[in-house]
Design a protein around this ligand. Structure first.
Ligand code: ADP
Ligand code: MG
Length: 648
């Protein structure tokens, strides 16, 4: 059976193209400029092929003209132009891309090493078009479009005209030389949509900068300027005059495509500040080019300070995504992991398979690939930074280290290989920020664990009896003063096979010698009734009361056992949610301390003595809680207990 061709309702199809594929009307300008750029590329290509020396690339230009009275916006180029047939084919057939055909025709150019012209042409051009629909985006903003075009090498010129829905006409016209001019008559303004905005110099400038800044040819516009009138004396109040001047709106050559050796630090700094609206120079610039399955260039910056909205939910991570110098996405989230969300910058790739709207990609495999490489690159740079410029890195870590710690916690430690060696903690013995590798290097042979102490501040941690005890043992302690620290550390559990251990954990007793352990055990047995009594007196506040031989001159301390530490309890309970947790607390009493003797004594003196022992027990607990930064649950009782001690 003979196959039949699908028919298409071209009116509806056009309507779909115009109204459904783009989320943003303003991109029509990007599409028309891209077409102009393609037309110039093709002409350049042709001139190289034919050896026509009459064509000078330096003459190539894209012009934008806004006529407020006529309500028209014109985008014109002196590129290759179109014949009558090409106008019909390219603009009369939806999804027909003359540019894609051109690219395919020349796909093999320059591959043969003798094809020098082909190689040169390939290198100098970068055809953007491929879907054959971009042109129709003009109808999102225009109720009439007129395309006048004269093909290069032809004497004839034609004008294609359409209002969108009811077809088009092609007629003879006139034009001085080769090129194309697209005139849009803008739609009437309606509520919420001011199409006439596209005639304002400011808007045009902004859109060109945003989407087409790196088109290789100058995009020019006549702009109005006021300046002092000629002949004004220096000390006179100058009379102003308005002049019109042709201005190039685009940068043309992206900073990331310029030769590395030719770009100065200040250039990057200026670029960063203007494009990513920051008043401060970036702390670090990372530029990388990769050739491969997906070739790309990335230019990334690490800000010198924390953006004001960084820790709010308004902050959006992501890099700009460019394809052949044309902006595709302002914030491509998938390019950055959350824990490197502070990185700003862009990725430019010729090899992306774009979605027809050019706003997204067809598949994310390429993105994933690039993202993976970028992550490695960022990591490598951070490690290098830490080595080359520790002070700078420390400042960076102060700004963004917390985010990386969150990364450890949120991924259940999955990213520890990327993040752990980027961490810095303050060391008790070095009195400065150190890395975990540095800590491990200093560990004595018999030290099995990496010791850390969680707390609000270094000063407060130093006041804890257990800190003094660990220091006395000669251990280096890492202070964990960020709320997230202990959560992250408990998530990863160990570093290079060395377990982390909190000095406020119950099983710190493991570090005691056998004799010390024996002695404690014996003392606990002897005082079993007393310890049970203390526990009972304190009700549900503690899970255990024990003796500790490592408290030096402190009477007691509060530690925890199980998965939740005192610091974690404080952090979670301070959050504005209904979630409340409680650490399993252990009150440890120093059997060598005078308080212990008083406690024992009171305990053995009848009912009155027991009452006194209860007061001592509560006071011991409350002061240990205070030292640990916990709130006293019953201040009235505390006050009574203190009074009873005083008056006794
Ligand atoms: P695409 O650019 O993806 O090919 P468009 O709908 O934007 O799709 O354009 C369709 C075709 O029209 C282009 O491929 C090109 O052949 C032709 N064209 C559009 N604008 C111009 C122009 N300014 N000069 C020459 N040809 C053009
Ligand atoms: Mg196009």
């Amino acid at each position: 059976m003979a196959k039949k061709q699908f028919k298409a309702e071209s009116k509806k199809l056009l309507d779909l193209m115009v109204n459904s594929i783009y989320t943003n009307k303003e991109i029509f300008i990007r599409e028309l400029i891209s077409n102009a750029s393609d037309a110039l590329d093709k002409l350049y290509y042709k001139s190289l092929e034919s050896g026509d020396t009459g064509i000078k690339r330096s003459d190539f230009v894209i012009r934008i003209d806004a006529d407020k009275d006529a309500r028209t916006l014109t985008i014109s180029d002196n590129g290759i132009g179109m014949t009558r047939e090409e106008l019909e084919q390219n603009l009369g057939t939806i999804a027909k891309s003359g540019s894609l055909a051109f690219k395919q025709e020349h796909a093999e150019d320059g591959k043969d090493e003798n094809d020098i012209v082909g190689a040169k042409a390939q290198k100098a051009t970068d055809i953007i078009g491929q879907f054959g629909v971009g042109f129709y985006s003009a109808f999102m903003v225009a109720d009439q479009v007129k395309v006048t075009s004269r093909a290069y090498g032809s004497e004839e010129c034609f004008v294609w005209e359409s209002t969108g829905s009811d077809g088009y006409t092609v007629e003879e016209s006139e034009m001085e030389s080769n090129g194309t001019s697209v005139v849009l008559h803008l739609k009437e303004d309606v509520e919420g949509e001011k199409f006439s905005d596209y005639l304002s110099e400011y808007t045009i400038r902004d859109l060109v900068k945003r989407y087409s800044d790196y088109i290789r040819y100058p995009i020019q516009m006549m702009v109005e300027k006021t300046q002092p009138k000629e002949g004004t004396e220096e000390d006179e109040k100058p009379e102003m005059e308005t002049i019109h001047e042709l201005e190039t709106l685009n940068t043309m050559e992206p900073i990331w495509k310029r030769q590395k050796s030719k770009v100065k630090d200040e250039d990057y700094n200026e670029y960063y500040k203007s494009k990513f609206t920051d008043y401060m120079d970036p702390a670090r610039v990372i530029r990388t080019s990769v050739e491969g399955v997906s070739s790309y260039t990335a230019l990334m910056f690490i800000p010198g300070h924390v953006p004001y909205d960084y820790y709010t939910k308004d902050y959006e991570k992501g890099l700009q995504l460019y394809s052949s110098g044309v902006l595709i996405m302002e914030k491509c989230k998938d390019l950055l992991p959350d824990y490197f969300n502070f990185v700003k910058g862009l990725v430019d790739s010729q090899d992306l398979s774009l979605n027809i709207s050019r706003e997204t990609l067809q598949q994310d495999r390429q993105l994933k690939n690039i993202a993976k490489n970028l992550e490695k690159k960022i990591k490598k740079e951070l490690v290098k930074w830490m080595k080359d410029d520790r002070e700078g890195y420390e400042a960076f870590f102060k700004n963004f280290g917390r985010q990386m710690k969150f990364g450890l916690y949120e991924s259940f430690g999955m990213h520890k290989d990327v993040l752990m060696d980027l961490m810095l903690f303050y060391s008790s013995s070095e009195q400065k920020m150190v890395t975990l590798d540095e800590y491990i290097e200093r560990m004595g042979e018999d030290q099995k664990n990496i010791y850390y102490a969680p707390g609000e501040t270094i000063e407060k941690i130093d006041m804890l009896p257990q800190t003094a005890a660990a220091k006395a043992k000669g251990y280096e302690i890492l202070y964990m003063t960020d709320e997230i620290d202990e959560f992250a550390i408990r998530m990863v559990n160990e570093y290079k096979e060395k377990p982390f251990k909190s000095i406020s954990d119950e099983d710190m007793t493991e570090e005691l010698s056998e004799e010390e352990k024996e002695a404690v055990k014996k003392a606990e047995e002897e005082n079993k009734d007393l310890l049970d009594f203390v526990k009972e007196t304190l009700g549900g506040k503690v899970a255990e009361v024990s003796l500790s031989a490592k408290l030096a001159d402190a009477a007691c301390c509060l530690i925890s056992k199980g998965g939740i530490s005192l610091e974690m309890e404080k952090t979670i309970n301070a959050m504005p949610t209904d979630e409340h947790i409680s650490a399993e607390k252990v009150l440890q009493i120093n059997p060598e301390h005078a308080v212990m003797a008083k406690l024992q004594d009171a305990f053995t003196h009848g009912a009155e003595g027991k009452e006194r022992a209860a007061v001592i027990a509560r006071l011991l607990y409350d002061q240990a809680a205070l030292v640990s930064g916990l709130a006293v649950e019953d201040p009235v009782q505390l006050s009574k207990d203190i009074c009873s001690m005083i008056t006794q």
